[in-house]
Structures are given as C-alpha cells and as structure tokens.
Write a protein that binds this ligand. Structure first.
Ligand SMILES: [Zn+2]
Length: 447
C-alpha cells in the first residue's frame, strides 16, 4: 500500500509566502486525465492539462513536456477525472454553523472565526466558489482572497434586505415599534439583514451593500421557512420597492435576486425587473411560462428532509418546511418542461452536519436530471449565473469550465462522476486533488 500524504496547503503557507508572490506563474501539469469540462455530457479521451499561474493555459491529447522550472508540479492523473470546481449559488458563509440564536447573539469576531473554519471545509468539499445570499461575509471574503485563510471564492450580497416582518426580520416583538432613524437592530448592526419599508429606504440599503462590495443584491420578496414572522404565502415588498432595488443595482452594473416561493410573489418580482428567483418551489404552470418568456433564472434546491428538523416539530417553521418539501417535485418538473435557466444552490443554514452533505444535495438532483446534467448545472451553468454580476464580479475570468484560458479551479476525482455521481457525496475520499485559483489545497496523490 502506497503511503498517502494529505497536503492541505492552508493559504497562509502558500500565497502568504514571499516565494509564492515573487513567482506568480508557477506551473502544474496534470498528466493523463479524462476531462469533464462543465459543459458537455461526456468525458474527454486521455488528456494533459497545463495550469500556469491561476489559469488553464493548455489542454492537449499529447503529453505536455515537463516544465523546466524547478517549482513545476507534475500530477500523474492515472486516468482519473479532472473537472471544474463545484459552485453553490445559494450559500450563507456566515450562517452555516451557528444556530439562529448564536448568529444573533455571538461576538462577531467569534462568528468570523467559525465561518472561516467552515469556509475551509467548504473548499475541501470541492466547492471552489459560492454566491453568498445574505450575511456579513465581506471580511471573510477579503481574508480568503488575500490568502490569509482558506476558503472558496465568495460573491457576496451583503445583508439581505427585507421588510418589517419579512423573511430575514429576526427581531423580537419587544423590539417594536421600529423608529425611523433610530439605532439599528442587532441583525442590522451585524450586517446580516436590513429592514426597508419604502422605495427610498430600499435604495439606501441597496447602495450600502454595493458600497461594501456586493456583487449582486438579495431581497426577500415573500415569506420564508426559517423566519419567525412571515407566513409562506405572503408577498412582502411592493412592486415600487422592488423596482427601486432593481434600479439601484442596475445603475451599478449588477442585478437583483429575490427569495420568492409563490406565483404572486414571483410575478411581482418579474414585473419589477428582478432577474433571478431563489427557491420558487411553489410556482405554478403560468408562472413557469412567464419566467421562461422573460429569461428569468431559477435558483432552486432539493432541500434535505432533515431541514425541517432544525425547527421544533409542529412549529410554524416546521410546517412551512413540510409545504416546501412537498412542492419540490413539481417545481423541478416545471423547470424542465419550460427549460428554465436553472441553477443549483443548497441554502444550508444553521447546521454543520447538513453542510457536510453539500455534495449529497447535489447528487440528489438525479431524481430529475442525469448525473451529467446535474454536474453541468453545478459548474458551467452556475457560472453563467455568476457572470450576471458583470463588472461587479470580483473574479473576472471564466469559472465552472475546463478550457484554455479559464480560471484554474479544478478537482481530480478518483472515478467517473458522470457514471457514478455518488462520488461527490464523499469528497474526502474521492476528490484526491483540489485546486483553486491555480493553488493546490489538497493532494492525496503524493508528488
Ligand atoms: Zn438563503
């Protein structure tokens, strides 16, 4: 048995070293791999891939001569599958591990350290990019990008914007009435969610997120599962309020996505110029048709059955979770029937145990899609949604694909995930190499 060593290159050991910074174009050559490119449904024939710096420089069916540089890394792929890093387009980096109460009450320094540990785990599950749809993740993103801690690329929304009583309003009833111009509620002081009750207030809150570096803007247009005050059936923002957000975001070159479950909420959002619907589980046929006509993205997920269990059995939140779970089949059927632009994001909240099943939730898509379709969705298609941020995308370059010139976010998989998507359920075992931005964060093959 060959001794295997895990090389978990925590970024402070690599990008932080002056050596790495003075030699930005170090090369890695993957020899003898078969490529899943994030676009098509087949693996390539035996191939060789040269990564230089943070980009894929060359892909060839002929061997690529060993780089002459002493720091060049040669990886013998042994016929394994090389694929793009996975993308989760509905993530909350700051809210994965804490309970709702801890998220509100804990010291923000502590919360950041917890989120940093989770970010390293997220990357080691093969998710090299996340679109963060709510929470104060700007600092974490910066620390990851600067190579201080390990984690995925983060496209942050900043605070979720909600109305009084809406999804994301986690205040207690004793905190009412809200005084306009008064001190912020705890969730607002943290930057987790912001209450806005008029078009003017919406504009302020949207612009505050953009000022901090939001790559897209997230509003909650209707009721939700994990919030104490909003029934699932309600629409919260008015159309003029949604339109104010869209205008401010579009002036800034980006777009608004909204949390919305019901047909009425989705239709109002589309009328206001919103470009992406988060969830959409309760949509009907006419709404699906409307989304198709307007080219609206559907960012949906098969929630795990256990999602309900983070709430007390029989509680309002638990009941709402049941309703959404029951509607999931129909939503995916409509998405397929009307060929909606459909993205994959897990929306895992408040549970480290569930987070460890991030890949398993992706594999769950084979209830509706072929393994290849599911993997294309979580790579190439998800990257198209990320590109909607335009110049506000903090990571210019192509993500989600293996092609020359693309950013080098790559997984080396021990097996063929197109034949056996369950491989993504156990990344610790099956993802033998994880690269992000040209840097190797895990390698169990040895050199
Ligand atoms: Zn969410």
């Amino acid at each position: 048995m060959i001794a295997r060593s895990i090389v978990l290159v925590v970024a402070c050991g690599l990008a932080g070293s002056p050596n790495a910074q003075t030699q930005p174009s170090a090369a890695t050559v993957f020899q003898n791999v078969r490529i899943f490119d994030g676009k098509g449904g087949r693996l390539s024939g035996p191939s060789h891939v040269l990564v230089r710096g943070n980009r894929i420089e060359r892909i060839s069916s002929a061997p690529i001569p060993a780089d002459q540089r002493p720091d060049a890394v040669m990886i013998d792929g042994g016929g394994r599958t090389l694929m793009p890093g996975l993308i989760d387009v509905h993530w909350h980096a700051m809210l994965v591990r804490p309970t709702p109460a801890a998220a509100m009450a804990a010291d923000i320094g502590y919360s950041n350290l917890v989120a940093s540990a989770e970010a390293a785990d997220t990357l080691l599950r093969g998710f090299t990019t996340v679109r963060d749809l709510g929470g104060p993740a700007f600092g974490l993103k910066r620390a990851i990008d600067e190579g201080i801690v390990a984690g995925p690329r983060i496209l942050p929304s900043g605070a979720v914007i909600t109305v009084t009583s809406g999804h994301g309003d986690f205040r207690q009833l004793f905190e009412l009435p809200r005084i306009l111009g008064g001190p912020p509620a705890r969730m607002e002081a943290l930057g987790a969610s912001m209450v806005a009750d008029s078009p003017d207030e919406v504009r302020v809150r949207v612009r505050e997120q953009l000022m901090q570096g939001a790559s897209q803007i997230k509003l909650t247009a209707g009721g939700g599962v994990a919030s104490p005050h909003s029934p699932l059936d309600v629409s919260t923002f008015t159309e003029p309020e949604l339109r104010a957000a869209v205008e401010a975001a579009e002036n800034w070159g980006t777009y608004v996505t909204v949390h919305a479950y019901t047909p009425a909420t989705i239709r109002r959002a589309i009328a206001a110029g919103v470009k992406c619907i988060e969830h959409g589980h309760l949509m009907d046929e006419a709404t699906a048709k409307l989304m198709a006509q307007h080219g609206i993205w559907l960012s949906i997920q098969p929630f795990p059955d256990e999602m309900a269990d983070v709430f007390p059995r029989g509680s309002q939140e638990w009941e709402k979770a049941q309703e959404v779970l029951a509607a999931t089949d129909r939503a995916y059927a409509l998405a397929k029937k009307y060929r909606l632009k459909t993205a994959f994001g897990t929306d895992i909240l408040f549970s480290q145990a569930l987070a460890q099943r991030q890949g398993a939730l992706l594999a769950k898509l084979v209830r509706w899609y072929t393994p290849a379709e599911a993997l294309v969705m979580a790579t190439g298609t998800n990257a198209q949604l990320l590109a909607m941020s335009g110049k506000r995308n903090p990571y210019p370059g192509k993500l989600g694909v293996v092609e020359e010139g693309a950013l080098a976010d790559l997984l080396l998989v021990d097996g063929n995930p197109i034949e056996d998507i369950k491989l993504v359920e156990d990344p610790a075992k099956n993802f033998v190499l994880i690269m992000k931005d040209g840097k190797i964060y895990k390698n169990t093959l040895g050199r």
